[in-house]
Every structure is written in structure tokens, then in C-alpha cells.
Design a protein around this ligand. Structure first.
Ligand SMILES: [Cu+2]
Length: 350
């Protein structure tokens, strides 16, 4: 039944101390300070009491919430000790089955400087703490404190940050793709980060963030992000902006272009009423990115000049006349895009 009983020898009267990672000594010398019973930070007070019984603590907490806590151990006449029997409240730190991050070892007896009532400040982690009284023969005084994730106390949202990674050019643009890494941390003693979400650009839906977000679409982008803690607090939305540009290409050959004119012609070859010019381009390298055209009107006497054409993405009826055309490559585009002939053109207004 006795777990890890430590034999204390002849130190009982001499040693009056509180050990703890974040514990403050409750007894420091002849001039006693009084540790505030209700410190500002820790609203959680956990109290153990002991009396004459050497087989059990009189009262003890069974559960706590992760985070700061004030430990109170009282072994006094007020808690039923009529014999002056000392007890300890000792957290076991060497058992891998239990949390070992809080070192607590309080020795108390009704006749000590504190009247048997001692306090310590600790920070508890989720999990289980095994505690016992180390006085020889008191091995049955033991128990387990179960600490759950915080939730009730945490009203502070996590902190978030994002970092954009990738190969940048001299202008700070990301070449080929950018990778956005989002991080979130909850405050010390908080409930912990539950999840991170991100959204792409202004209209994107919130998505669960599980790995860096890679964006390879050319253009300017915004990644928005936020994080929730386990208590449900959500951080204010933040965002990062960046620009992705196409990767360098080894294609140094311009696309091939051609144009055909169709329409009804009269005897001398002049198109009647309208003509349709279809421009095509092909590129066996990176592929055709876009096609442009420009037109100039030439007096034809009998024809009313048609309005000039502007850039269009489909075959466009144009006035007859000399035209220039050009096509530019689309980097990293395997298949050339083509214009398909329109079955029938739409006449331009006179
Ligand atoms: Cu004891």
C-alpha cells in the first residue's frame, strides 16, 4: 500500500520548507511573512487538511483545473489535530505514471510557526498528481489529484502569427509559390490552443489549418488566419499579403501566329458587309499565354469605316484592313490555347 515511502530521519523539527518549481516559501525565518491566501493570479485554491488520523487526510481535493493554483495544507488544532502529530503533503515527482512537474513538500504540525497552516503557489498541468504523507508509518495517507484542461477560467484568446516562406525575387515577390506557416500559442495557464483556421483571399471560407499553406497561383494574395483555444476564445483575424510571380522559364522561342479572314466576298474580292478575322497562336514551349490584336482602318470608298476593335477573347468581326497581331508566351503552360473559329460573326454597327 505504501508508495515510495521516504524515511525522514531526525529532520522533522528542523526542516520546515516548501519546495516547488513556482512555490514561494511560506517560512523563511524568524520574521514571518504571510503568503496571501488569495493571490491575484490564482483564483484556484486547493486545500488539504489533516488531523490525528495517520491513514488518511481529513479532506483533500480530487480534481483541479490546469493552471495556477494556491495549495493550502493545514494540519492544526482547527482541523482536528489534538496530538501535535506532524504530516506532510508531498507530491511524488519520480513516478512516470504521474505528473512530475510540480515539486511540493509541505511539512506541517499544529505547533509550527504557521500554526500548522501552510500555502504554496504552483502551476498544475493536465494529468494526475500522486501525493502522500512521508512521515514514517503514514503511508496510507495518499491520493491522486486529477487535473483537467482549463476551460472555465480562460477568457484570453490565443496569440497568432504567420510567416511567408519561399524564394523571393528582388522585389520581394515569391517566385513560383509561397508557403504560409501559421502559429498560435495560448497564454500561460490558459486552456491551450484548440485549432487554427485560415482563409485564402478576401472571400475564401475558413479552413482548418494543419500544415503550411502553399499558394502557387500567380498574383497578389491574402491569407487570413485565426486561432481558437479550448475555452472557445477566438483571436482577432489577422492576415498576410504577398505576391506570387511565375517561375523563370527556359522557353526563349516566341509563339507562332496566324490569322484567317472569312466572310462573303464580291467579285473583286472585297468582303461584303463584314469580315471575320480569326487569329490563332501556338507555342510548343511554355504555351501561349495571350493573344493581342490591333486594327487600323483603311479607306475603301464604298465602305463606312467600322469602329476600331479592342482586345477581345473571341473571334471578333472587324473592319477590313491591315492588322497587326502578336502573341506572348504563358510561362509553364504545356498546351497552347487556340481560338476557335466562330461560326458566324456579329456585324458591327455602322
Ligand atoms: Cu502523516
Amino acid at each position: 500500500m505504501t508508495r515510495r515511502r521516504r524515511v525522514w530521519t531526525a529532520l522533522l523539527a528542523a526542516v520546515l520548507m516548501v519546495l516547488g518549481l513556482q512555490a514561494t516559501p511560506s517560512t523563511a525565518g524568524p520574521e514571518q511573512q504571510t503568503v496571501p491566501a488569495a493571490p491575484t493570479a490564482a483564483a484556484q485554491v486547493l486545500t488539504w487538511t489533516a488531523g490525528d488520523d495517520i491513514t488518511r487526510y481529513t479532506t483533500m481535493p480530487t480534481t483541479a483545473v490546469a493552471g495556477p493554483a494556491t495549495i493550502v495544507f493545514e494540519n492544526s488544532t482547527a482541523t482536528g489535530n489534538t496530538t501535535g502529530m506532524p504530516h506532510t503533503l508531498t507530491f511524488v515527482t519520480s513516478d512516470p505514471e504521474f505528473n512530475g512537474d510540480v515539486e511540493l513538500n509541505i511539512l506541517a504540525n499544529p505547533n509550527d510557526d504557521m500554526g500548522g497552516r501552510h500555502t504554496a503557489e504552483v502551476t498544475l498541468s493536465p494529468g494526475r498528481y500522486f501525493y502522500h504523507c512521508t512521515i514514517p508509518g503514514h503511508g496510507q495517507m495518499q491520493g491522486i489529484l486529477v487535473v483537467t484542461e482549463g476551460g472555465g477560467e480562460d477568457t484570453t484568446a490565443p496569440n497568432t502569427s504567420a510567416r511567408v516562406g519561399g524564394v523571393q525575387n528582388a522585389q520581394g515577390e515569391y517566385v513560383g509559390s509561397a508557403s504560409v506557416t501559421v502559429a498560435a500559442t495560448d497564454e500561460t495557464g490558459g486552456s491551450g490552443v484548440d485549432r487554427i483556421q485560415y482563409a485564402v483571399d478576401a472571400a475564401g471560407d475558413w479552413l482548418p489549418y494543419t500544415a503550411p499553406v502553399v499558394v502557387d497561383r500567380v498574383g497578389g494574395h491574402t491569407i487570413r488566419y485565426r486561432a481558437f483555444d479550448k475555452a472557445g476564445n477566438v483571436s482577432a483575424e489577422k492576415s498576410v499579403n504577398f505576391t506570387v510571380v511565375p517561375p523563370a522559364s527556359d522557353d526563349t522561342t516566341a509563339p507562332e501566329t496566324s490569322a484567317t479572314v472569312s466572310g462573303e466576298r464580291n467579285a473583286d474580292g472585297t468582303y461584303v458587309d463584314m469580315a471575320t478575322v480569326t487569329v490563332t497562336a501556338s507555342d510548343t514551349g511554355s504555351g501561349v499565354d495571350r493573344i493581342q490584336y490591333a486594327s487600323a482602318r483603311r479607306p475603301t470608298g464604298s465602305r463606312t469605316p467600322a469602329p476600331s476593335c479592342s482586345t477581345r477573347s473571341a473571334p471578333t468581326p472587324c473592319a477590313t484592313g491591315p492588322s497587326t497581331r502578336r502573341a506572348t508566351r504563358r510561362p509553364r503552360r504545356a498546351s497552347p490555347s487556340r481560338w476557335s473559329p466562330h461560326p458566324r460573326g456579329t456585324p458591327l454597327p455602322p
